[in-house]
Structures are given as structure tokens and as C-alpha cells.
Design a binder for this molecule. Sequence first.
Ligand code: PMP
Ligand code: GLN
Length: 399
Amino acid sequence: PAERVRGMGESVFTEMTELARRTGAVNLGQGVPELDGPRPLLEEVAAAVLAGANQYPPAYGFPALREAVAAHQRRRYGLEYAPQGEVLVTTGATEAIAAALMALCDPGDEVLAFDPCYDAYPAVARFAGARLVPVPLAEENAGGTAEETAGDTGGGAPGFALDLDALRAAVTGRTRVLILNSPHNPTGKVFTAAELAAIAELCRERDLTVVTDEVYEHLVYDDATHRTIAALPGMRERTLTISSAGKTFNVTGWKVGWVCGPARLVAAVAAAKQFLTYASGTPYQEALARALGGVEEWAGELRRTLRRNRDLLSEGLTRAGLRPYRAEAGYFLQADIRAWGHADGVRFCRELPLRAGVVAIPTSAFLLAPDAPSHLVRFSFCRREKSVVEAVEKLIAAA
Ligand code: PMP
Ligand code: GLN
């Protein structure tokens, strides 16, 4: 195999999903919802298929979906994007990220990403010939200041914060792109207004392009607020904003995503994207064009379900002695496994199905820095309440 895929064999998601299947353990590993998408949306797709929406859509995406995405960005963030030229529909957020890095990076260029990060970033950076440079997120300690523990769900639960000095130190003459992911996978962190302002200032100063992955934009709990960096002064012109329907509508298998940005950047992404997949998902695009207009109502209900699961998981992990971190958003919660006598999350996750009948993902699967801590494990709560409760009972029994 070529160098660009060497060592990329089976992912830990595949291994852990297989382990869950083999052992019958409760699967809180891969971030895949157990609940289905909204019924009317599913019916619209079925109707669209039967009505003949089965051929290629336009390369930039079905026009009504591009209009719906532009309207969504205007309504939620006060940002104007032209449906023609500044919005591009992609095969999930994953293709958008891959095409963006291919469009923006020359071989040898450097891309900054906060560590831990979604595991596709280093892979697609490598495909683009670029090098991903990790910027560790700072781990806040339990029992920190009131501000640090705001939004706490587990009695002084620690969280993760931007380390601005580490970020500044990571920028070199070869840095082209900063990948931001807020709300963040795997930590559930939402970057604060102050953190975004500091990142934006650095990007303007060092002329960096921002690729911001906001697939969890609607799944934010408690008092946390999702803000998009593109809305900060001088940032719209240097930012590609990516999102997708998978998380927002519980339809992760549909793989419909989108990118918004200034026309010159979006045209470059489209140039790469057209030769990756050209276009995909005609019936899904048609149905989502209508659904996106009413997303707030659906997402409100989904948020309530997820927040309740998050609370059940967080409380259960505390009772099991697996110290949970704060999760303000998304599908995931970090836990510290050291109280169970473990320092290595990979070994812990391989043993957990047998020891407790539960599957989780080692956070090291998302770490770029080799010396980064591995005493963290990621549990997903995008499952049925029943599954979360069952997992928690098993963990407590095994503690
Ligand atoms: N970014 C992040 C942070 C994610 O967690 C995911 C979910 N797997 C994706 C991107 C991928 O999104 P999609 O399924 O739309 O490609
Ligand atoms: N985003 C999901 C997760 O982080 C799915 C990742 C995957 O299967 N590649 O669990």
C-alpha cells in the first residue's frame, strides 16, 4: 500500500463495534444514534425516491438545499452566503473536510488542530500532503474556579480549555489552515466567546484560513452557547464553515453535509469535491431542503433527550468511580479511568466488555500528540435512555 494509507488499518471504531457485537455488551462506543430521524423527513425521502429523484443532483447541490443552508446561516448566525457560489453540498461533513484540505494545502503545509480531535482530520491532512500539528487542549482540574466549572454536571466536573500560548507557539511560516471543531468531538467542549476571539485574532494576524467543523451546532445543553467563528470581525472572508444533517436529524447514514464560505474558497473546495464524488444523495437533499427550515423545533426535542442521557451517564459514571468531565454539547463524555486502577485507555476499553459489559472508545484514538494522556475514555450518550441506564447499572455493579 501507498505511504498515505500505511498504518491506517482497522479503526478503533470498527474494533470496538465488533467487540460489542461479539460480547453482547452495551455499546456506548461509536457515535451512532439509536433513535431514528423525524418520521415526516423519512417519509419525504421515500416519496422523493418514488417520484424519481434518483439521478445526479447539480454538482454544487440541489438549489433548494443551498437556499435552505444560506437561510439557516442568516437566521442563526446573521451571516449572508449566496446560495449560488458560496454554499456547496457535500457527501457528509467528512468529504467537506477532505476537499477543503485538498483545496487549501500544498505538500508540506501545516494544519493546526486541537488535540484530541476527530480522527478524520490527521488522515485527510495526510491525503492532502499536509502535516497536522497538534495543539493540546488544556485539561482543567476538578475543583477549579467557579467559572471553570460553570455548566458542571457532575459535582465540580473538570473540562477542557484553549491553551493560547500553545496555539501561538504552534504557528510557523508553513501554517496554512486551522481546523476548529466546536462543539467538540470527543470532549463535548463548546469554545467560549473569548476563546473564539483569541483564535480569530491569531488567524487574522498570521493570515490563516479556518476550517470550522460545526456538525454538533444544534446539540448544545444547559447554558452553553454555540457561536460560529465566521461571524467574528474579519473572519467570514477566511473561514469555511462545515456542517451536516447526520447529527442534527439523527440520520448519520445519509451523509449529506455542506460548506459555506467566500466564493473563491468554496470554488476551490468544489474543484476538489467534483472529482471525489461529483455529487450524491439526491432524495436526501430534496427532503432536507424542506426540513432545515424547521430544524429548531426538532432539535429542541433532540437536545432534551440527549441532555437527559448525558445527565444519567455523568451521574452513573460518578457513582461507578469513573470521574466524568463536563460535556456541554454533542454526543460524548470523557471519563478518567485511573480510579479503576487503569492508566491505559486502550487496554481498559478492550477489557471493559468482559469486566462490565459495556463498550467505550479510548480517547487516544483521537490524540495526535504521542505523549498526550491516555487515562481518558469516551462514552457516547446518543443512545436510547434504556441503553444508557443499562450501561450505567453495569458499570456501577463492576466498580
Ligand atoms: N466531524 C465530527 C466532529 C464528527 O464527530 C463527525 C461524526 N462522525 C463528522 C465530522 C462526520 O460527519 P458526516 O457523517 O456528516 O461525514
Ligand atoms: N463521529 C462518530 C464518532 O466519533 C463516528 C466516527 C466513525 O465511525 N468514523 O464516534
